[in-house]
Design a protein around this ligand. Structure first.
Ligand code: FAD
Length: 461
């Protein structure tokens, strides 16, 4: 008997239900498989950083699987449709009986899996698991048996179910019997090379970061998570997006440090867990409303908004040259590292859409092209929230004032100075409006004038 475990965005051997189940039958050989689809990834705007992170992670995963006597095969093809053909052929070549995988929820990925099931010979079974979430999509529904449209009631219903049935961690399988099948060398992908920061492809390093966060930082998370200069969020997002770590592992480490944390909803631990539930919410949402994966807004009528879409403004926003220090510092952090703090993601998204009147989809796409943690559900959810086109949106008339937001969340400009060296010498008092300081002192700085005036932009909305 031969079982195939197809790795996708679950690049781990711990707490991986598909892998645990594939290894359950001691008489079966198990083969691992990863298929890279660089052309399809490019069509979906996946960043070079994310592609490099996947590549580096696969090398580590391959070593971990080797120790379990599971060879990891590697294939690369142009499209998801070609993936299906690769698998059908592999099943013939290795006489595969069962295919195991953890579900992905994006539209194209689900279509691909559907196509696969249709093309496989009927004696090959596909076993699907929801290994990257706490709960399967469409299992948390309102009284009309529909997916919630608003986060808080979803969260409450989720918690009711969750505390009654706390999910277990799936075992890391023990080494199985050796096979003669040789593992493949993982080649470079057909993708530009780009460094990523904050994330390490080594499992122990990822677990250590999670452990340290739960032991040292989560307690103050509620108070400090909005201050970008403090580095007080977990920075686990790319691990979760690619399944290097799972949300159940996060929960497990969290309860070790803070047992029954959910009984105090004001605690740092609960506030952090709440973010993991946001992740869950957006993943469930794209299953309930697949059109979200097709560039459509959640609120239909907002598709008729006439955007200004000024290309120069878009370029200045991308480059971090808008003349608003908090916006520019955030964009430069994104461009240089591939990660951005959540508070800043909200501020810069609001600025692009509501001050520059640029279509949120332009911003969504640019984010994907830069982020190491790019994830369709979270990114789309975040952009639509900020643009007031999605669930739980801020009302369209509520606009973050970039100067006030900067003063509130980076009062002394520590974060700004880190990313905008031109402003290093500007006194704290003027750090959010350096142009006033230049005027007063007659100093010429390299830093640009604001490309729009917030109060005027606000009135145009
Ligand atoms: P923490 O604060 O430590 O949170 C822990 C984890 O919870 C995160 O790693 C992430 O997996 C999840 N999470 C936190 N906030 C959210 C949220 N609002 N929605 C969904 N999941 C959340 N997150 C991504 O993972 N990928 C994206 O492409 C992405 N794009 C975004 C775009 C916009 C416009 C906005 C406003 C938010 C976006 N987010 C995205 C959500 C959030 O900003 C990041 O998950 C977070 O900043 C990652 O840092 P962290 O790991 O330190 O988060």
């Amino acid at each position: 008997k031969t079982n195939l475990i197809w790795f996708r965005n679950d690049l781990r051997i711990m707490d991986n239900p598909a892998l645990e189940k594939a290894c359950e039958d001691k008489d079966a050989s198990v083969i691992g498989l990863y298929i890279a689809t660089p052309q399809q990834w490019k069509a979906h705007d996946m960043s070079a950083r994310q592609a490099c992170f996947i590549h580096d992670r696969l090398i580590q995963l391959q070593d971990e699987l080797d120790a379990l006597n599971i060879p990891l095969l590697f294939h690369s093809c142009d499209s998801f449709t070609d993936c299906v053909n690769v698998i059908v052929d592999l099943c013939k070549e290795y006489s595969v009986n069962q295919i195991f995988y953890n579900n992905q929820y994006e539209y194209n990925e689900r279509e691909r899996d559907y196509l696969l099931k249709g093309k496989l010979s009927p004696d090959i079974e596909c076993l699907e698991f929801d290994g990257n979430l706490f709960t399967a999509p469409l299992t948390i529904l309102n009284s009309q048996k529909q997916m919630y449209k608003i986060f808080t009631p979803f969260r409450n219903a989720f918690l009711d179910q969750f505390v009654q049935n706390i999910p277990r961690i799936y075992n890391q399988p023990k080494a199985i019997k050796k096979t003669k099948i040789k593992t493949h060398k993982i080649p470079e992908f057909d993708y530009a090379k780009q460094d990523y920061e904050f994330f390490n492809p080594n499992t122990q390093k990822a677990l250590q970061k999670l452990e340290e966060f739960c032991a040292e930082k989560v307690e103050d998370y509620a108070d400090k998570r909005n201050i970008p200069s403090l580095d007080h969020t977990s920075q686990l997002s790319a691990y979760l997006a690619l399944g290097v770590l799972s949300v159940r592992q996060c929960f497990h480490y969290l309860t070790q440090e803070h047992p029954h944390f959910w009984e105090n909803q004001k605690s740092g631990a609960f506030t952090w867990f709440n973010e993991l539930i946001w992740r869950e919410f957006y993943q469930h949402l794209i299953v309930a409303h697949p059109y979200l994966c097709k560039h459509k807004p959640f609120i239909n009528w907002t598709d008729h908004v006439k955007w200004k879409n000024n290309k120069d403004h878009f370029e200045q926003w991308k480059a971090g040259n808008t003349g608003y220090p908090i916006i520019d510092a955030a964009m430069r952090q994104l461009n240089q590292t591939g990660w951005m703090h959540n508070r800043l993601r909200m501020i810069i998204a609001s600025f692009l859409v509501k001050d520059l009147l640029i279509d949120w989809r332009w911003g969504e796409q640019y984010f994907m092209s830069q982020l190491t943690d790019g994830d369709l559900a979270a990114n789309n959810g975040g952009w639509q929230w900020a643009a007031s086109t999605g669930t739980d949106s801020t009302p369209y008339f509520r606009i973050f004032n970039p100067t006030t937001q900067g003063k509130r969340f980076d009062p002394k400009g520590e974060f700004i100075r880190q990313w905008i060296p031109e402003l290093a010498k500007v006194p704290d008092k003027f750090i959010h409006e350096p142009q006033l300081w230049s005027e007063k002192k007659g100093n010429i700085t390299e830093y640009p004038q604001p490309i729009v005036t917030h109060d005027i932009a606000k009135k145009k909305l």
